[in-house]
Design a protein around this ligand. Structure first.
Ligand code: NAP
Length: 749
């Protein structure tokens, strides 16, 4: 066993927080000896009886003698007095820390005792964890697990002291964050102290009413949730409110101002603005929830929140389904609605996290947006010059579309902006959009050698139209440039090597903006305006593709996907499946919101055959290849894909990740620089198992997860797919619809 982290630890104060940390030290063998000093003898006796300390002292001086770690775990107002007493008796290399909820006044107390030369071992800290009950009996060994601990190292703090404290708190399974003292007090004033003040205030307001008994008796769950923290220790909060007075008063002022705004909106019955505020708050809450929930997961990439399990022996695959709205069209409906004049109504909006990130970004830029509710969104456009500076960085989650298209729009705004994303988006290249935008006059910065997010844009830069030859087919880059062109002087034109998705062009036209398409050259004139319109978002062919492949590889299947968008720049999957011999028909073609749609019917009547995938179809099926690789594995003969280098820089390196998964499941395949060769295991007229089963790592890529799910229709062994939580980004109803069709996917958290 390795030596404990500390020789002798002295706690001054041993209540909820101190005793919880003592419990961790014992459980993790972090200290040879633990002692404490408290006010009452009773606490010391109890602590001994609980086995938390070897010795207890009424006098803190006795406790700290010879200690290499001293933890002040008492009310912050007592800090200065205790420090004055113990200062002459502290060892030279002692680490001195505290757990107080405010930090500025703890540092002030230390300065009052030590003067400006604070000891190198002094590192204030604050565990963001607690409970309503206090005292030595309330402590818990897991109080800090999965909570944050903020350390506020000072310029005088030594690295060795900070590092040892980080080790200590990590042993408590806490996530350690370092920030400066002022920032700590400001952040906590808003996120902890103000909410406690509000809870005390509301309960007090209601308690003073004559009918208070009735009010509390009939109080609903919302009141209970909101007022829970008003049951905390009044003495402690009294101390905190005084200790962090300046920052708390600022937070209260902000609260009063916001409350006044809400009050006025209600008085004026200003429905649109009230919906705007409430909708913004609700979306922000959901958005932050997601951000906070996924961040540690993505950053550490170790923990998996969700996995799919598919058992062998699945037979059925049938039914009529409406898959969710097209992601590309959903994104653009918000972007264009936001900068249009008038109100835009959207139906069929994809309520997945990517499109919601776009929606949130525009709310952050001051656009009032109602919904989404059952796929309906109402956007109150602010016109070409109405976007406002966001208060902080725009968080794009996992959405490359949002980031690349917005890069174009933001380059043309009057304000500075920064875009960030989750761990996966943070690895994706952004230079390919930054470069042409710079050529237009934009000031745009990406990060690191590989030019990844965060992306920082300096506002107020006049843009000039350019003629840009896309080096690699990409609808996102094309759209980003064209969007910047809306504000640029003169003509902006993009020539693409092969046609890519033209949703931007179609929708700009639907919003009344003239866009010219001459062969592979798309152009527009800057300086015009967009007029609000209604948008029906077609069902997403990329989502439909999984069901198309599932039906194509399953004997006797019969699946119809309704009202699917069949924009000619997206129908590669239909063409490729047909060339592979799938029994696929496109029925009931019609136009909705400028986009062509149709019902697609696929039956499992014949074995697919391997093909060299036509290169002209590659850009038109770029997102559908993971699913098509599953089809290729079930086909008879070899399938070759070339000209698809783009696949390597999607949410994951889709060529490598698919090849790895296919090999695990017994498929012979060879990844190449720009494609893959897959040896299909199918035999004409035979419908038995193709895949062996196995555990697949999806690399948090939704399309990888859904593609391998379909392999479950032809597997001899169990398939486990790890890291499937991102499926909700594009296809929230995926497992529900798959189960309805007859493919049983078990979801475990
Ligand atoms: P607690 O359970 O009430 O324990 C306080 C401890 O400090 C007790 O052992 C008490 O001694 C001792 N103490 C009180 N006044 C003292 C004084 N004037 N001189 C010497 N010792 C004194 O409180 P806690 O919840 O652990 O809080 C301790 C610190 O942690 C506070 O600074 C608080 O801001 C911070 N904190 C609390 C929470 C929370 O949710 N509770 C969360 C994060 C941080 P006796 O046992 O003899 O009374």
């Amino acid at each position: 066993m390795s030596a404990p982290l500390f020789e002798k630890v002295a706690f001054i104060g041993l209540g909820l927080i101190g005793s919880s940390l003592a419990r961790v030290m014992i459980a993790e063998n972090l200290a040879t000896q633990i002692v404490a000093s408290t006010r009452s003898k009773q606490t010391l006796e109890d602590a001994k009886a609980l086995g938390l300390i070897q010795e207890g002292y009424s006098d803190p001086i006795e406790a700290v003698k010879g200690a290499d770690l001293v933890v002040l775990a008492l009310p912050v107002r007592a800090t200065q007095k205790v420090l004055e007493a113990i200062q002459p008796y502290l060892s030279e290399n002692v680490i001195l820390t505290d757990v107080g909820s405010t930090k500025g006044n703890v540092v002030d107390a230390a300065k009052a005792v030590y003067g400006e030369h604070l000891p190198a071992g002094f590192v204030p800290g604050h565990p963001i964890a607690g409970a309503e009950h206090t005292g030595v009996h309330a402590g818990k060994v897991d109080l800090f697990a999965n909570h944050k601990v903020i350390l506020t190292p000072l310029p005088s703090s030594a690295d060795w002291a900070v590092e040892k404290l980080i080790q200590l708190w990590q042993a408590a399974k806490a996530e350690v964050i370092c920030m400066d003292v002022e920032k700590h007090d400001e952040v906590l004033a808003h996120t902890s102290h103000l909410p406690h003040l509000m809870a005390f205030n509301l309960v007090e307001q209601l308690a003073n009413r004559e009918d208070n008994l009735d009010i509390f008796r009939y109080a609903a769950g919302g009141f209970r949730d909101f007022s829970r923290i008003a049951a905390s220790d009044p003495q402690m909060w009294h101390d905190i409110f005084f200790a962090n007075k300046k920052a708390i008063l600022n937070a209260v002022d902000g609260f009063e101002k916001q409350l006044k705004t809400l009050r006025q909106l209600i008085e004026d019955e200003n429905s649109q603005a009230l919906m705007g505020v409430l909708g913004h708050a609700q979306a922000a809450r959901q958005h932050f929830n997601h951000m906070l929930a996924n961040k540690p997961l993505m950053e550490k990439n170790k923990v998996t929140t969700q996995q799919f399990t598919i058992l062998p022996g699945q037979k059925n695959f049938q039914g009529k389904f409406t898959v969710p709205g097209d992601k590309s069209v959903s994104h653009r409906s918000i972007m264009f609605g936001a900068i249009a004049e008038g109100t835009t109504h959207v139906t069929g909006f994809l309520e997945g996290e990517d499109a919601l990130a776009t929606l949130q970004a525009f709310r952050d830029m001051g656009v009032s947006i109602e919904g989404p509710k059952n796929g309906e969104v109402t956007i109150h456009g602010v016109g070409m010059h109405g976007l406002k500076a966001p208060a902080s960085a725009l968080y794009m989650g996992n959405s490359g579309t949002s980031m690349r298209l917005l890069a174009g729009m933001l380059s043309a705004q009057k304000f500075d902006s920064v875009m960030t994303g989750d761990a996966s988006l943070s690895k994706r290249p952004m230079e390919r959009i930054a470069k042409p935008l710079r050529a237009m006059g934009a000031h745009i910065q990406t990060t690191g050698e590989r030019g990844t997010p965060p992306v920082s844009i300096t506002g107020n830069q006049p843009l000039k139209g350019i003629q840009y030859d896309l080096p690699m087919a990409s609808a996102q880059v094309k759209s980003g440039i064209l969007l910047a062109g809306l504000w640029a002087e003169g003509e902006t034109a993009v020539t693409e090597p092969e046609p890519t998705r033209d949703h931007s062009e179609r929708m700009l036209r639907a919003f009344g903006y003239e866009v010219k398409t001459e062969g592979n050259r798309i152009s527009l004139q800057g300086g015009g305006k967009l007029m609000a319109t209604d948008i029906q978002v077609p069902s997403d062919i990329s989502s439909a593709a999984f069901f198309m492949v599932g039906a194509a590889i399953t004997e006797g299947s019969d699946v119809t996907l309704e009202a699917v968008g069949i924009n000619p720049t997206r129908t590669g999957v239909i063409e490729i499946l047909k060339q592979m011999g799938a029994d696929l028909t496109v029925e009931n073609e019609r136009i909705a919101g400028g986009e062509p749609i149709a019902d697609i019917r696929i039956r499992g009547t014949r074995t697919l055959k391997g093909i060299h995938m036509p290169e002209d179809q590659v850009p038109l099926a770029i997102d559908e290849f993971p699913a098509l690789f599953i089809a290729a594995a079930c086909a008879e003969g070899q399938t070759i894909l070339t000209g698809a280098a783009e696949l390597r820089v999607k949410e994951s390196d889709r060529i490598q990740v698919m090849a790895d998964g296919l090999k695990i499941m017994g498929i012979d395949c060879t990844p190449t620089d720009d494609g893959i060769i897959i040896e299909g295991k199918g035999k004409a007229g035979e419908w038995g198992a193709i895949f062996t089963g196995g555990e697949i790592e999806s690399h948090h890529d939704h399309r990888i997860a859904m593609s391998f799910s379909m392999a479950g229709l032809r597997t001899s062994g169990e398939i486990k797919i790890v890291g499937t939580e991102t499926v909700a980004t594009s296809f929230p109803t995926f497992t529900a619809l798959a189960n309805q069709a007859g493919l049983t996917i078990q979801v475990s958290e």
